[in-house]
Structures are given as C-alpha cells and as structure tokens.
Design a protein around this ligand. Structure first.
Ligand SMILES: [Ca+2]
Length: 362
C-alpha cells in the first residue's frame, strides 16, 4: 500500500541548495568545527542554526544557486572556474516516507538495523545513564532497554550476529548478545569512540576527528592506516555516527544538519545530505542535534534520528533537482495516495492499519 510522501517545499529546497553552497564556502575558508569535548561543550555550529539566517542569505543569492562561482588563477597562469568543484559533490535531500516514534529522553549515539530488527545506543549527558535498546522496527517504540551505569556508550554495529557497542572515553568496546544484551566479551582501545560500522570486512570507527580508523572485527586491533575524510579537498572533522552501505560509509557531521557519504579508499565526500528541514520544530536544547543513521536493506531506505528527538524519520535521499522538477506532480500523487489510504483504512477496519496511525503520530 502506498504511503503519503512528505515533500519539501520549493523554499526548503532553495534553502537546502544555499546551505550546501555555504558549507563549501565555509570549509574552503578553513573554518574549524572544533574537536574534543563532544556532546558536552558545544562549539559554534558550522552552519547558521536558524532558518532565519539562511533566508537572510537567500536575499543575497540569485535564483539559481550554486552561486559561489569564482575565478582563480592556476599555477600555469590559466583561469579556473571553481564552480566546477562545487558540482563534484552531489547534494541530496531526505524525503520522508514514514515517521516513527522516538523516546524523547533517548540521547541517540548509535542506530542500526540487524536482520529486520532495530537497535539504538544512547549516551549519558548530564548525569543520565547510557542504554542499549531494541526498538520496534515498525513503530519505533522501545521493546527492551538495558541501563548501563558505568559507561558513556556511543555507536553500535553487528559482526557475525553479535552487537558491538563502543564507548566515548572509557576505552572499551562491549560485544553483546543482541537477544538479552549480555556481555560476551570486551575489547580495549586507545582514544575516543564516536561511531562504528562494519563493511563486511573491517570495522570502521570515528573519533570526532576527520579520520576514520579500521579495525579487525575479530580482535578489534587496528587494521591498516586510517583514512582522512575530505570535502572538496578540505579536512572534514567531527565525523560522528556511521553507517556502512555497499562499501561506502555514511556519517553524521556533529553539530550540523549534514550527513556525508564517504569513499573509504580516497576519503573523499561523494554526497552531501542536507537535513536542515528535518524534524522541525526540534528540542530547544542545543545538544539535541541530528544524530543516528541506519540503512534498511529490505526497504532501501535510511532511518534518521536526533538526540532526544520525539520522532525518527524513514527517508530516501533524492537529487534536489529531481525533487524540484517532480514536486508538483508528485505532490498531487501523494495527496491521492493519502486519500486512498484513508478510504481503504475506513473500509478495511476493524484491523486498524498501524502504518496509517504512525503517519499521524509524533
Ligand atoms: Ca549506524
């Protein structure tokens, strides 16, 4: 059964394009995202935190962005148009296909599907306790939650059916049985742990810097050299929650509304996702940032979350231009689907369609 698709408005799309261009400009200017003290001591955000700031920029930008075209002189004296560089990184927009509930007291650090089941790891800011949870993959509600009092837990992933949960500054990774969360073993490691994913061969781990480290899935020992992640040639720090998909890695960029798709061989960012319009209004706490990305191979969709957000979003990433061009027609189609869904639900009762209920809930 088709489900209503929430489409961004033209204004949101224009904002998105300009945000992407601004990101490129800020990074090109060498602006640091800052490091250390993650989650507790926020640095200045990379991008303007409010829509208002973006709209102020819109008034200065021509209708058709990207608008940062500049001409520079190369070493051989010829002129180079930098607008070509902007186009090398694709910017996509998350189109919401379904909303799921999320515990508004869950400080999301890791989100992962495993064989159709959904798991979440939460951190422990301001005296809260860390947790490991299994969520209802259909509704998002917590089915099981185990409190972890002595660790500040971060990202999670699965290797051979076992769940691996890393910690921020405790220097340990806990291997758990996903059915009862019992500890099977634990590994020690140097440095901080932020995000982790498994590409089928190696564990990939972030530590808040611009580097991704590789580890042996059987020993948790370092495996090979880390890869430095760059966006248009500039280091991209503050890589947070990770998701391995088809040999590439997706990452939340901490304290921003951006996700990036990273080539693990070159470290280059291939795709930018601007999620600045997702989940608004959001919790007022400045630490309640977008974080948590899980790929569901069964539906070929991504699930995005935020720290202490009341809602998670199942999304597809769509090229902005395609959304822009198709917006009108698809919006009409979406309305027809929504009406058809409502009619079908009314006719097919008494079994209430849970998915329809969820579309209306937060
Ligand atoms: Ca993940």
């Amino acid at each position: 059964m088709g489900r209503p698709i929430l489409r961004p408005t033209r204004q949101q799309l224009r904002n998105s394009r300009i945000m992407a261009v601004m990101l490129a400009a800020v990074l090109a200017a060498g602006c640091s995202l800052g490091g250390g003290e993650p989650h507790l001591t926020p640095d200045l955000p990379l991008l303007p935190p409010t829509t208002g700031s973006v709209e102020a920029v819109i008034s200065l930008a021509p209708e058709d962005v990207p608008s940062t075209t500049t001409t520079t002189t190369t070493e051989d004296g010829s002129a180079a148009d930098e607008s070509d560089q902007v186009d090398l990184v694709h910017t996509l927009f998350p189109v919401v296909v379904r909303q799921l509930n999320h515990d508004p007291s869950a400080y999301t650090q890791g989100l992962e599907y495993f064989e159709g089941r959904l798991f979440e790891s939460t951190g422990a800011p301001s005296g809260r306790s860390s947790t490991i949870r299994e969520l209802d993959a259909a509704s998002g509600g917590a089915m099981r939650s185990e409190q972890i009092d002595d660790l500040y837990t971060e990202g999670i992933t699965f290797v051979d059916g076992s769940l691996i949960q890393i910690t921020w500054r405790d220097g340990v990774a806990i291997v758990r049985d996903p059915d009862d969360f019992s500890e099977l073993t634990r590994y020690s490691y140097e440095g901080e742990g932020w995000g982790i994913c498994y590409d089928g061969r190696r564990l990939v781990m972030s530590d808040g810097s611009d580097e991704l480290h590789f580890r042996d899935p059987d020993t948790f020992e370092r495996a090979g050299n880390p890869v430095s992640v760059t966006l248009r040639g500039e280091a991209l720090p503050a890589l947070n929650e990770l998701e391995c998909v088809d040999g590439r890695v997706w990452a939340n960029v901490w304290k921003t509304d951006l996700l990036v798709e990273i080539d693990l061989v070159t470290g280059e960012v291939l795709t930018l996702i601007d999620a600045s319009q997702l989940g608004k209004p959001r919790p007022s706490d400045p630490d309640s940032v977008l974080n948590g990305i899980a790929y569901n191979p069964e539906s070929d969709t991504f699930l995005l979350a935020g720290k202490d957000w009341p809602t998670m979003f199942e999304v597809r990433f769509l090229p902005i231009d395609e959304v822009d061009e198709a917006e009108g027609a698809e919006s009409d189609e979406s309305n027809r689907e929504e009406e058809a869904t409502e009619e079908a639900t009314e006719e097919e009762n008494p079994e209430v369609d849970e998915s329809t209920e969820r579309d209306d809930s937060n």
